[in-house]
Each structure stands twice: as structure tokens, then as C-alpha cells.
Design a binder for this molecule. Structure first.
Ligand code: NAD
Length: 338
């Protein structure tokens, strides 16, 4: 099978990582990325010698980019004429406009969590892979929801779950989002948070609710989960289920993984580009039982967590694989998740 040709619209926080992720997939070809101005990400791409071709995403952008000394490979239409699937990681709402172009060019596309639900045929996660098979427009779950479902799905497949109650301690901004201002507040959202509602859309057999606290930090969300199993279980069984999933990194507080930042720091120490970990972090010593209920806490690296599932989304949409297990194994292999 010929390589599936992929393009990325929006070379921001998520787009940069999607480009790296697609470039690593040996059965995909990253044709290029598109943006509208010489952002820091675009400037860094140029300083790195343009490892990816850059296309001007809107009329006039080519001039602005050229004026900043950024080499441009063509206009948006040139990129759209050369790909099979677009990964749209533009700011929320822009994807809806871009979708008109994707339809015009007969392309498939994967949108990110900030877009309206109406944009896609399927709200996608690896946990409902089969619903995405052969579909044209997929929208990925948000960063929190993606990590949350990864953990819940793992336990559901092994132990079986009835319901979950979650608390999200949500990082309020990404590093560099100075427009969010300097803040010192913990802001409450009413229940149910959208992540619980989204979980029920992807996994309708599980009842979910939860609350969310916006927290003035930038490196990772923490989610605590209380899961009600269909049968009595043990910590050892829970741990075994998480250990078996390459997209979950089980860490120990006793080993120094005692915070959101310890995982971020560890990614940097491993020499990962930008310090990115694709795995959610699961704190071993937070796993415990409340009666039969299973309680635990996870860390979500919000900037990189959606990359594996977005690669799965490409695999489903084309379709490159019709079985979730085959797609997951390939995405994991190429991302170095073992
Ligand atoms: P971002 O602001 O970091 O990046 C958006 C990029 O799109 C910028 O580089 C911008 O210049 C570019 N852009 C703007 N208009 C464009 C156009 N018409 N065509 C092409 N490029 C254009 O945003 P982000 O944080 O990467 O978020 C992208 C999407 O991913 C959103 O839907 C967001 O909700 C979702 N998401 C974000 C995170 C996160 O932690 N940042 C996590 C998961 C999902």
C-alpha cells in the first residue's frame, strides 16, 4: 500500500507535534504544514533548516512569511492538492472554515477538540475506533478527555466498569500563552464537566460525571477518578491492566514522580523533543479501593497526549486498518511506545 499523504494545518502547540507524529509513521508521508504568519513555531522550523515544507494557509500569508525570511513551498491549495488526509490543528473555529476547502478537494480530515462537535461525522478516540473506519471527518476528543478515556477504557476492557466520577485539576494555559494573563485563582466549573459528557458519547455504556477546577499552572492536568467496577477487583489487577498499555506510564511517587512537573521534567531528561511524553502518567501509590470502587490519579501532558489517537484517527479514516488493535500497535510502534 502506498504511503498515506498527510498535511497539517496550524503549526502551533498541537500542529507541531502532529507533524512530528505523522513524520514518524513509516506508512504515512508528511507532505507539509501550513500556517498564516511567522509565529515562534514557524521561526523555529526555519532555524532548524525547514525539516517540513511550509505552505501559506491564507492569501497574503506567503508575503508575510517571505518578509520574515521564512522559505514557503506554496499556497494552501498546493498542499491540499498533494495530500489524502488533513490534520487540522488551527485555533478553535477556524477548522470549520477550512473544512469547506477539504470538501472541495475531496479530502478526509481530523479536527481537534476545540472545534464544534458539528464539524465531524464521528467524535473519535481509540476506544471507539470502529466508528471512525472509512469516515471522512473525525473530531478528536480534547486532551483531558483523551487521557481520561485511555485510562477508563483500559480498566473497562479488563475489569469492566459501570460508572466513573472524576475531578479534573486543569492547567489553565500552555507555556507561552501570555494572553491568559497573570492569575492567582482556582476557578470552579459546574458539574458535569464536558470531559465526563464526552466520555459517555465515546463509551455510552459507562455513566460519568465530574467537576473541574481551572488551575494556574501550565505543565499538565491532573485527573482523579473513582471508578465503579462490575465486579470486585484488586489493586494488583488494576496495576496489571495499566502496565499492559504502552500509552500509560505507571510511575511511583517514591521514585520522585510526585507532581505534574516531575513528569514534564522527566520528558526533558529523556531528551524527548520539547520534553513531550505521549503517555499519560499514572501515579502507582494513588491507586486504592473505596469499598469496591477503584480510585487513582493520572497526569495528562496536554500538549502531546492527543498525538497517538490522532494517528489512529488517520488510520481509521482512510482506512489503513479496520481493526483497532492493529492500528494501535502500528501507531505505538512508530511513536516508540512499547
Ligand atoms: P495554537 O494557538 O497553539 O496553534 C494554532 C496555530 O494555527 C497557530 O500557529 C496559528 O498561527 C495557526 N493558524 C491560525 N489560523 C490559521 C489558518 N487559517 N490556517 C492555518 N493555520 C492557522 O493552538 P493549539 O493549542 O495548538 O490548539 C489547536 C487545536 O487543538 C484546538 O482545537 C485546541 O482546542 C486543540 N487542543 C489543544 C491542546 C493544548 O493543550 N494546547 C490539547 C488538545 C487539543
Amino acid at each position: 500500500m502506498a504511503k498515506v499523504r498527510v498535511g497539517v494545518a496550524g503549526y502551533g502547540t498541537i500542529g507541531q507535534r502532529l507533524a512530528d507524529g505523522a513524520d514518524l509513521q513509516e506508512d504515512m508521508e508528511l507532505v507539509g504544514v501550513a500556517d498564516v504568519k511567522p509565529t515562534l513555531g514557524v521561526q523555529a522550523l526555519a532555524e532548524r533548516g525547514m525539516p517540513y515544507n511550509l505552505f501559506a494557509a491564507i492569501p497574503g500569508a506567503a508575503d508575510d512569511l517571505a518578509a520574515a525570511g521564512i522559505p514557503v513551498s506554496g499556497e494552501f491549495d498546493d498542499l491540499l492538492n498533494s495530500v489524502d488526509v488533513m490534520l487540522d490543528a488551527t485555533g478553535a473555529g477556524i477548522g470549520a472554515k477550512n473544512k469547506e476547502k477539504y470538501v472541495e478537494h475531496g479530502l478526509k480530515a481530523v479536527f481537534q477538540g476545540g472545534e464544534s462537535g458539528k464539524i465531524a461525522d464521528v467524535f473519535f478516540h481509540n476506544a471507539n475506533y470502529e466508528k471512525g473506519v472509512g469516515q471522512d471527518f473525525l473530531k478528536l476528543t480534547s486532551c483531558n478527555t483523551s487521557g481520561l478515556i485511555r485510562a477508563v477504557d483500559g480498566l473497562d476492557r479488563t475489569i469492566g466498569l459501570e460508572r466513573v466520577a472524576i475531578t479534573i485539576i486543569r492547567r489553565v494555559a500552555d507555556p507561552g500563552d501570555t494572553y491568559r494573563g497573570l492569575v492567582d485563582v482556582l476557578e470552579m466549573d459546574p458539574i458535569p464537566n464536558h470531559q465526563a459528557v464526552d466520555l459517555m458519547e465515546i463509551m455510552p455504556h459507562i455513566s460519568a460525571t465530574g467537576l473541574l477546577v481551572h488551575t494556574p499552572v501550565t505543565h499538565g492536568h491532573i485527573i482523579t477518578i473513582v471508578a465503579t467496577p462490575k465486579r470486585t477487583s484488586t489493586k494488583a489487577e488494576v496495576l496489571e491492566a495499566f502496565d499492559a498499555d504502552p500509552r500509560v506510564r505507571v510511575v511511583k511517587i517514591a521514585d520522585g514522580f510526585n507532581s505534574n512537573t516531575s513528569l514534564f521534567q522527566y520528558g526533558r531528561m529523556l531528551g524527548k523533543p520539547r520534553g513531550d511524553l505521549y503517555e499519560i502518567g499514572l501515579f502507582d501509590e494513588t491507586i486504592g479501593m473505596s469499598g469496591d470502587d477503584i480510585m487513582f490519579a493520572i497526569n495528562i501532558p496536554q500538549e502531546s497526549v492527543v498525538i497517538p489517537e490522532t494517528m489512529d484517527a488517520v488510520r481509521a479514516a482512510v482506512p489503513m486498518q479496520t481493526e483497532a488493535s492493529e492500528a494501535t500497535a502500528l501507531t505505538n510502534k512508530y511513536l516508540g511506545l512499547v
